[in-house]
Design a protein around this ligand. Structure first.
Ligand SMILES: Nc1nc2c(c(=O)[nH]1)N[C@H]1C(S)=C(S)[C@@H](COP(=O)(O)O)O[C@H]1N2
Ligand SMILES: [Mo]
Length: 424
């Protein structure tokens, strides 16, 4: 596969055996009306898809997870001694859960250092023995051009701790923040409706106090020892180095990210981006392009690609190329080896959404996760081309949709340049 270039990216790793469960084979019409390319025989397509799939690690290895952390210095850059001093090691960590009395919130058993009953790591681990859950979930930043990583997260449902604090009256929202060098300007804060914390629809995942990623305790960069993890939303709600929760009757999102002009309520969107695209291919050559799709709120039915000559006139009145001759890519099925550094590539028992008897996902692709895809095509005549990718959600709608607010979660039709050179 001459020209196939491996691009450094945070979410793919070339180390696993995988297989294909669902392969939406493209119909064998020519790629676009001018008939510049011929169809790829199914057998060749299959071989190539399988070869590329084998190189993708479903879970992102920890060293390749993209991780954020604001502050000067960011908490993960503090020395081990300093982290001990400020309560960012298991032995020194405490979580306080207190009422915002100025809002009228009434909490019967506030957990705080002053009363000597703040939640310690030991107590959290005791709760974990009874209540720990783990699930697969992608991490994406609202404005990120690609997902930060695909993880297996473990923690204790936040409601177990809220229950211990016994909120009694006038609590509508949960405010929380992480360690910030005791400087209010460095505070990274987020909030949730208390109702979101207390219960969820049957197919939804609980908000957790998270302490493990891919089976390993969180690293300092990962938010150690404990971070919030909020399923279904962008990463800004999942505050790291968590130390404080305030139960309030205020009904507004007071999130740091909202103050930065982001829509913090928006759910993860369904969209696709490229992982590996060869920059140069030879005319007539059969080659593969791989990518990742984020399975957002509306689910994912298909990923599609469309190759067109560079500089071709954009169709009038069709900003999302709805009328372009898109072709289905091949969605990869659940892997046998989940990668990401899990022992033997196996998911731990009790992973939500995995059937305990077969060890296979109950549905595929799973909501709030990554789905990888491969698109195989034959290079047309020499020239400059643009390859685009998009998704079709479970409602059959092409994504992205028209969005009136840009900072509600990045979603766009991604385009990659491909140069086709002559065979000789
Ligand atoms: N304390 C703290 N938590 C934080 C942030 C931060 O800057 N400080 N960034 C948030 C944002 S905007 C994102 S997208 C996620 C990223 O999670 P990750 O660093 O584990 O990939 O962390 C969130 N949690
Ligand atoms: Mo973010």
């Amino acid at each position: 596969m001459a020209g196939e270039k491996k691009r450094k990216n945070p979410i793919s790793r070339l180390n696993r055996r995988s297989f294909l469960a669902a392969c939406a084979v493209a119909t064998s019409r020519s790629l676009f009306s001018k008939g510049l390319t011929a169809a790829v025989p199914e057998k060749e397509r299959w071989v190539l898809v399988e070869r590329v799939a084998r190189e993708i690690s479903y879970l992102t290895p920890l060293g390749e997870f993209r991780m954020l952390g604001r502050g000067s210095p960011p908490p993960y850059k503090l020395s081990r001694e300093k982290r001990k001093e400020v309560g960012l090691t298991p032995e020194t960590w405490y979580l306080e859960v207190v009422p915002d009395t100025s809002s009228g919130a009434v909490v019967e058993n506030p957990l705080c250092k002053e009363r000597g009953n703040a939640l310690s790591w030991k107590r959290l681990m005791a709760l974990a023995e009874k209540h720990a859950i783990r699930f697969l979930h992608i991490m994406s930043c609202t404005n990120g051009r690609r997902p930060f990583g695909m993880g297996l997260w473990e923690g204790v449902p936040l409601r177990e701790v809220i229950r211990i604090a016994r909120p009694r009256a006038n609590v509508r929202r949960v405010y929380y923040w992480g360690y910030h060098n005791n400087d209010p300007k460095q505070k990274f804060q987020a909030s949730l409706s208390l109702e979101r914390v207390l219960e969820e629809p049957p197919e939804e995942l609980p908000v957790i106090l998270c302490y493990k990623l891919n089976g390993k305790f969180l690293t300092p960069k990962g938010g150690a020892p404990v971070r919030m993890f909020v399923p279904g939303l962008y990463g800004n709600r999942s505050v790291k180095w968590l130390q404080k929760i305030v139960l309030t009757n205020d009904y507004k999102a007071n999130d740091t990210y909202a103050g930065w002009n982001n829509d913090v309520e928006s759910h993860l969107k369904t969209w696709a981006c490229f992982l590996n695209v060869p920059k140069r291919v030879k005319a007539g050559e059969i080659f593969a392009v791989s990518g990742i799709a984020q399975v957002g709120m509306s689910g994912l039915k298909k990923v599609q690609c469309w190759l067109s000559p560079k500089g071709a006139a954009r169709p009038a009145g069709d900003p999302y190329f709805q009328r372009a001759p898109w072709k289905d890519a091949c969605l990869l099925g659940p892997p046998e080896n989940w990668g990401g550094g899990l022992p033997g590539g196996k998911l731990p028992p009790g992973t939500l959404g995995i059937d305990p008897a077969s060890g296979k996902p109950e549905v595929w692709p799973m909501r709030w996760t990554a789905a990888y895809w491969v698109y195989v095509l034959r290079a047309p005549q020499p020239g400059e081309y643009v390859l685009r990718c998009r998704t079709i959600d479970c409602k059959g709608r092409a994504q992205p949709l028209p969005r009136p607010y840009r900072k509600s979660g990045y979603n766009a039709i991604q385009a990659a340049k491909i140069t086709v050179v002559s065979e000789a």
